[in-house]
Design a protein around this ligand. Structure first.
Ligand code: B12
Ligand code: SF4
Length: 439
């Protein structure tokens, strides 16, 4: 996939670098032979502790929808073999979503840390033999797996800016326009039925002071030559005032930066003054994940907006000359031919109105919903017999029932072919970066 700057690790590093010697290693930078690179890094550094940031369980590309467990297992086993005395600590979103399963499947992990971990990872390293003293820790006692109970999220006042100097930004900049991320808030107040972000970060939106967000962006521009960023918030435009404050701060400092973010579709969250502020501040793309356009389906998915808001997104993008992209799910709960056709009709309308301002890449990624643990959709899938109640969901289970799955297969095959054609075309023109190409 495209590279993603290891922001979680950079946050953790900033809290421990004054007490420990720290190295960040992104295995994804070594595509030719990641395991050999990891092995030589571990041998050279000889660590006491190896912290694994396990990010994705799902792989989703236009030509591939699969799982990512095996490479994570292989990497962890390799480190255990190369540095048997080092403690292995696992964290990250994939770990947190599947924590118990990961602890059971991977006995090489000594300690698992659930959730946002800046402060608790620091405290754990101070006394690594006693994880029981901290919340959110998984460890083993004899044959039993112990969990010390749910921790709270990290407040911005207790956080530090991420250590941006430990991994060079250049390869990420070369990889894609979303590869260097900046965070402006954590949490989401909405309740989409399939969502696992709110399990990880909660519904309370913790806003980072706009000045601190833009300080980090300024550092990226001036010290690291990064001019293209992605806002890693669940939703950038809720609350609107926070989004505007960030834009105004970027504009006030005259930062030469282009960026994009995920936006909510409700028209009240896209007022004209926000659009003006976004444009001035260098936001070049509104990324929407509406998942559907049909009112009945939007209700089923528990979305906070309706079809008329979707039409408004087109109108507002046209009015302000902004690029947009949309992601949709196929065959989600209640889908029928009519609702599927509504997506096609909406896209035709958006293309007609917006022309090239409508970016197509995310449409190549359309797929049924992958069912994540700790979601209402998972409960529904168990109730309706769509998944076995004991399924661990590490190996992907999708909400894709009935005859529409044949239509889904057809759409995905077409997307795969279009993507291959685009990739072939780019290769012929000399672009050989071995990654998903979003442009
Ligand atoms: C922003 C984002 C993106 C952006 C990233 C932009 C960028 N340059 O960073 C883009 C759009 C590129 C993206 C793409 C994808 N994403 Co995404 N993304 C996110 C999102 C919303 C925020 C991630 C982030 O930056 N967080 C900020 C950092 C600071 O937090 P963090 O990494 O979680 O780290 C904290 C903790 O996890 C922990 N931690 C992390 N590492 C470690 C290590 C140790 C040792 C310890 C103790 C703790 C620890 O402490 C950190 C500090 O608090 C998350 C949702 C979420 N709830 O996190 C999804 C999320 C990470 N994405 C996900 C997925 C699936 C994907 C894709 C695979 C989607 C797809 N195409 O199919 C791709 C993969 C891209 C890739 N190449 O890997 C899933 C991953 C889990 C899963 N379901 O498999 C998430 C969790 C969404 C979800 N709920 O399902 N994503
Ligand atoms: S808007 Fe995104 S983060 Fe918020 S509940 Fe819906 S899917 Fe989750």
């Amino acid at each position: 996939m495209e590279l993603v700057y290891p922001l979680g690790l950079a946050y953790l590093a900033s809290h421990i670098r004054d007490r420990h010697e720290v190295e960040l290693f992104d295995v994804n930078l070594h595509r030719a032979d990641p395991y050999a690179a990891l092995e030589s890094c571990v041998r050279a550094f000889a660590p006491d502790v190896v912290g694994f940031s396990l990010r994705n369980m799902k792989v989703g590309m236009p030509h591939l929808h699969t799982d990512d467990f095996e490479p994570q297992q292989k990497a962890i086993q390799l480190v255990k073999r190369v540095a048997p005395a080092a403690k292995i600590v696992a964290g990250g979103t994939a770990f947190s979503l599947y924590s118990e399963v990961m602890m059971r499947r991977l006995p090489e992990i000594d300690i698992g840390v659930w959730g946002e971990a800046e402060l608790r990872f620091r405290d754990l390293l101070d006394d690594i033999d006693h994880p029981e003293k901290l919340a959110g820790m998984y460890f083993r006692r004899g044959n039993d797996l112990v969990y010390t109970g749910q921790p709270g999220g990290v407040e911005w006042k207790d956080n530090l800016p991420p250590a941006r100097d430990l991994v060079p930004h250049a390869p990420y900049m070369a990889s894609s326009f979303v590869s260097v991320g900046v965070q402006a808030k954590r949490g989401c107040s909405l309740h989409c039925i399939h969502c696992s972000d709110t399990f990880l970060l909660g519904h309370r939106v913790r806003m980072r002071p706009p000045k601190e967000v833009v300080d980090e962006m300024e550092l990226l521009v001036r010290e690291h030559g990064v001019h293209q960023m992605f806002m890693c918030d669940q939703i950038f435009n809720i609350p609107v005032a926070h989004a505007i404050a960030i834009c105004e701060e970027i504009t006030r400092r005259k930062l030469e930066v282009k960026w994009s973010a995920w936006f909510n579709e409700h028209r009240n969250t896209l007022p004209d003054n926000l659009m003006v502020a976004l444009k001035r501040a260098g936001c070049g793309l509104l990324s929407f994940s509406p998942d559907h356009v049909d009112d009945r389906m939007l209700r089923n998915l528990d979305k906070n907006f309706r079809h008329e808001d979707m039409l408004y997104t087109v109108q507002v993008a046209k009015k302000h000359g902004m690029d947009v992209e949309y992601s949709f799910f196929l065959n989600s709960p209640g889908e029928d031919w009519r609702s599927l056709a509504a997506i096609v009709k909406f896209l035709a309308h958006a293309r007609w109105e917006l022309g090239g301002q409508l970016r197509l890449f995310t449409l190549l990624m359309m797929q049924p919903i992958r069912i994540y643990p700790h979601t209402r959709l998972h409960e529904l899938a168990k109730e309706t017999g769509l998944v076995d109640p004991d399924h661990q969901l590490v190996e992907g289970q999708f909400w894709n029932p009935g005859t529409l799955q044949h239509a889904v297969a057809g759409i995905q095959a077409a997307a795969h072919s279009v993507y291959d054609l685009r990739a072939g075309w780019r290769k012929a023109r000399g672009n050989t970066f071995d990654s998903v190409v979003r442009g």
